[in-house]
Ligand binder design. Structure first.
Ligand code: ADP
Ligand code: MG
Length: 252
C-alpha cells in the first residue's frame, strides 16, 4: 500500500527554483533515506509534503487522499481546507532542532495535540504519552521541562510527541544534526527500533552508515533534482553518478 506519492514537485523562492520536479513514492512499512548536500532542497521537499510550504506545481497523495494536483494549466490546486487538515493527520514530523514547547512539561508537550486536535480525554492522552515515554526510556522525565533535558532527550520527546498522533508516516529532517556523536547514537537507535516495527518513515540524514543499514530505498538530491536513487547497496556500493560519488566520498 502506498503511503506517500509525490509527483513532479516544483517550488521556487523569489524566482529561484529550489525543487525542479521531485517524484518520490513510499510504501507502507518502508524507510526512505534522503541524502544530499546542504541547500539541495531536502527540507523544502519535507516542508511541502507536510504542508508547512505550498508547491507551485505537482501532485501529492497521502494514504490515497489527494492533497494537491495540477489544473489544466499545470498550476497546483490544493484540496479544500477540511481535506488538507485530515491529510495532515496522517503525518508526523520531527525537526532538527526539536521544536518542543518550552513552557510545557514533557507530558504536556506530548498530550497537547491529541487533546486539542484528536479530542482525546486528558486521561487517555496521558496514558498514551506515558507509554511512549517508557518506550523512549524517559519515564522519569514526564514532569520535567525541555530546558532540563539533554538534546538527545529533547529529541526523543519530540519523537514521542509525533508518535502520540498515531501517524501513518513519520518524517525526520536531520534529526541528529544538532546533537553530538554520543547523543546521535541514541536517536538513531530509536529510529532503528521504529524501523524494526515497520513504521513508515522518510529520513533526511547525513548519517551514511545509518542510511545504508536502515533504509529500504535511498534518494540522492542535489540542486533541487533527484540525481540518483535506488536500494542502499546500489547507491553506496555501486554508485553510478559522478555527483553522488563526489558527495559520498566526503563521508569516507
Ligand atoms: P537542504 O535542506 O537540502 O539543506 P533547503 O530545502 O533548506 O535545503 O534549501 C534549498 C534552497 O532553498 C536553498 O538555496 C535555500 O537557501 C532556499 N530556501 C529554503 N527556504 C527558503 C525560504 N523560506 N525562502 C527563500 N529561500 C529558501
Ligand atoms: Mg535542510
Amino acid at each position: 500500500m502506498q503511503i506517500l506519492s509525490a509527483k513532479n514537485i516544483k517550488k521556487s523562492y523569489d524566482g529561484t527554483q529550489v525543487l525542479n520536479g521531485i517524484s518520490i513514492e513510499i510504501n507502507k512499512g518502508e524507510v526512505l533515506a534522503i541524502i544530499g548536500p546542504s541547500g539541495s532542497g531536502k527540507s523544502t521537499f519535507l516542508r511541502c509534503v507536510t504542508q508547512l510550504e505550498t508547491v507551485d506545481s505537482g501532485e501529492i497523495t497521502i494514504c490515497g487522499e489527494t492533497l494537491v494536483k495540477n489544473d489544466a494549466a499545470g498550476k497546483a490546486v490544493y484540496s479544500d481546507r477540511a481535506s488538507c487538515v485530515k491529510i495532515g493527520l496522517h503525518i508526523g514530523l520531527v525537526f532538527q532542532n526539536f521544536n518542543l514547547f518550552p513552557h510545557f512539561s514533557v507530558l504536556q508537550n506530548i498530550t497537547e495535540a491529541p487533546i486539542r486536535v484528536l479530542n482525546k480525554s486528558k486521561e487517555e492522552a496521558e496514558i498514551t504519552a506515558l507509554a511512549l515515554l517508557k518506550k523512549m526510556d524517559l519515564s522519569d522525565k514526564a514532569n520535567a521541562y525541555p530546558c532540563q533535558l539533554s538534546g538527545g532527550q529533547q529529541q526523543r520527546v519530540s519523537i514521542a510527541r509525533a508518535l502520540a498522533m498515531n501517524p501513518d508516516i513519520l518524517f525526520f529532517d536531520e534529526p541528529t544534526s544538532a546533537l553530538d556523536p554520543e547523543l546521535t547514537g541514541e536517536i538513531l537507535k530509536v529510529i532503528r527500533s521504529l524501523a524494526s516495527e515497520r513504521m513508515t518513515m522518510a529520513v533526511v540524514t547525513h548519517e551514511m552508515k545509518f542510511a545504508r543499514d536502515v533504509a529500504d530505498y535511498v534518494v540522492f538530491m542535489d540542486n533541487g533534482t533527484i540525481i540518483e536513487q535506488g536500494r542502499p547497496e546500489q547507491i553506496f556500493e555501486n554508485t553510478q553518478n559522478e555527483r553522488t560519488k563526489a558527495f559520498l566520498s566526503r563521508f569516507n
